[in-house]
Write a protein that binds this ligand. Structure first.
Ligand code: FUB
Length: 323
């Protein structure tokens, strides 16, 4: 693994300007981690227009605390994967009146000019984690609760007897227009979404893949569907492939090894301007990163001719500018 903590400590982000009226900060990534002025976790990226939009959780746990503390989600954009704009935080757990706290993993997708943000958070009155959805007219927000209640609550899923199995939503719209939501911890769930993107369309199903911990990410590349997910603990990212979004999923093994100084790894995979990227987090920032103070990193992802994916090489240098 091309990982060296000493080198990560030298990775930095240079602030170029601050435009008070738009509350955007422009920063140049010097490598991994790409953002060093705050802790960022659970990356989810998507391409819109000429840019990549990157949404993350925001770890704010003090060094003395060995647990997650996360209250808001963050939004960044880049046209070249190196120069990143930090936008004003477009969504806070307080924007969901029914939620208690914990701005955990999330993903944004666009449909018909609207942007839907699926988030995991602790429910205020139904015990356990839950999934909500917010909507906006712009990828930078502002986002507002689209439903006024959770889309998924812990009592809707019974495959495992834990209160945190309804986390880590990932969403995909298939070529025929059908949208699917995948999520889970210890068990991977999925369900169809109606065209309005805020209601389930049919039953919740489970997927059987080896050693599923959490963090599913479903993407399509050429004619293959990929289900990547965190496996074991500390987590490695593994993946499975299928010719159908409904499976069966053919397990392909490890995609990314354990990330430096972090029990979790949480990946997002995109294609942008002719290249493929693996976006994840580690615990390598400054002297006090770790499993609860994580940082987003980006490295190249390469497919083999048969559609399988080469093992990710985590680097200090990160990715090059793309045009
Ligand atoms: O950030 C909180 C949790 O840690 C996420 O939901 C998991 O995927 C793991 O990264």
């Amino acid at each position: 693994m091309a990982y060296c903590k000493r080198h990560f400590l030298t990775a930095s982000l240079v602030y170029l300007s601050f435009q008070g009226f738009s509350q955007e900060k422009l920063a140049v990534s010097k490598g991994n981690p790409i953002i060093t002025n705050k802790y960022t976790a659970d990356p989810a990226a998507f391409v819109y227009g000429d840019s990549v939009y990157l949404y993350t959780g925001h770890d704010v746990a003090p060094k003395s605390k060995n647990d997650y503390e996360m209250h808001e989600w963050l939004c960044y954009s880049s046209a070249d994967m190196v120069n990143w704009k930090e936008h004003k935080s477009p969504l806070n757990v307080k924007d969901f009146a029914w939620a208690k706290d914990d701005a955990w993993a999330s993903q944004v997708i666009e449909r018909n000019g609207k942007f839907y943000w699926y988030v995991a958070t602790e429910h205020g009155s139904i015990k356990g984690k839950s999934i909500g959805v917010a909507v906006a007219d712009n990828p930078r927000g502002p986002f507002k609760d689209a439903l006024g209640k959770a889309l998924i609550t812990n009592n809707m899923t019974t495959a495992v007897d834990i209160t945190w199995d309804d986390i880590d939503p990932t969403v995909i719209i298939d070529d025929d227009g059908q949208a699917y939501l995948f999520w889970g911890n210890q068990r991977c769930y999925y369900a169809k979404l109606k065209a309005n993107m805020i209601e389930l369309d049919g039953e919740i199903k489970t997927i059987s893949v080896p050693e599923f911990t959490e963090a599913p990410w479903v993407h399509k590349h050429k004619n293959w569907y990929y289900l990547s997910y965190a496996s074991g603990f500390p987590e490695k990212i593994v993946y499975a492939m299928s010719k159908s979004i409904n499976g069966p999923w053919d397990y392909k093994g490890i995609l990314n090894e354990i990330a430096g100084n972090s029990n979790t790894n949480h990946q997002s995979i995109i294609d942008f301007k002719g290249k493929s990227y693996f976006i994840y987090h580690n615990g390598a920032i400054n002297n006090d990163g770790g499993s609860y103070r994580r940082s987003v990193c980006i490295d190249d992802l390469h497919y083999n001719n048969d559609g399988t994916i080469k093992r990710i090489i985590m680097t200090t240098e990160g990715v090059r500018k793309v045009r």
